[in-house]
Design a protein around this ligand. Structure first.
Ligand SMILES: [Zn+2]
Ligand SMILES: [Zn+2]
Length: 211
């Protein structure tokens, strides 16, 4: 059986949080618990899914603002996965203060992600790919059996992540996209941190930043 993916658009900058379940085991992960953790938890409960893990593509506040609220409603705490290069940003509440926003503090991650690591969700395997440039510790999660990648703020439908925030670097971002994303088959679905869904093939052809 396959994965079911519920996108939720949450928070002040309309971030995509993805509630993903392995239909066979009903074990679920939240990729980027962006905002309104209570609401994400409700969605999982309503479907009878158990959130066992939180995976962060990166530690900007709009991708982690829902963690505290989510954990408050859970008796068994899920594991939290982040790349260590984004840990300073995580501990600084995701840079929220830069935007005049406050988010509640979150407990430290329990999984330290590295490039090439394999993560398991029920019967499915996801590959971690390090894609710095938007932030130093940005990663993407790729499930080859389902032909889907969760790519955070690295690449968007017709766009790329901003590189003007602390730790950002344009050339590094373009190199990450070319080596870690455009190297995948054209029919790979790209589920980004903001905006609608796209594919590797569509961005290879039409993305103005990559021509
Ligand atoms: Zn970001
Ligand atoms: Zn974002």
């Amino acid at each position: 059986m396959s994965l079911e993916i519920i996108p939720l658009v949450l928070g002040p900058v309309r971030t995509n949080a993805y509630l993903v379940v392995d239909q066979q085991t009903k074990s679920a992960v939240v990729i980027d618990p962006a905002w309104d953790g209570e609401l994400i938890l409700q969605e999982a409960h309503r479907r009878g899914w158990v959130i066992e893990q939180l995976w962060l593509t990166h530690a900007h506040f709009d991708h982690m603002g829902g963690i505290a609220g989510l954990l408050k409603g859970m008796s068994v705490q899920p594991r939290i996965a982040l790349h260590p290069a984004d840990l300073p940003l995580y501990k600084a509440q995701g840079g929220a203060a830069l935007f005049g926003i406050r988010i509640p503090p979150s407990p430290e991650p329990t999984i330290s992600l590295k490039h090439g690591q394999l993560l398991t969700l029920g019967t499915h395997t996801f590959e971690v790919r390090h894609c710095p440039g938007h932030t130093p510790g940005h990663v993407v999660f790729y499930c080859s059996s389902e032909k889907v990648m969760f790519c955070g703020d690295v690449i968007f439908w017709g766009g790329i992540g901003r590189t003007d925030l602390p730790g950002g670097d344009y050339d590094t971002l373009i190199r990450s996209i070319r080596t870690q994303i455009l190297s995948l088959p054209n029919n790979t679905r790209l589920l980004s941190g903001h905006g609608g869904e796209t594919t590797v093939g569509a961005e290879r052809l039409d993305n103005p930043f990559l021509s």
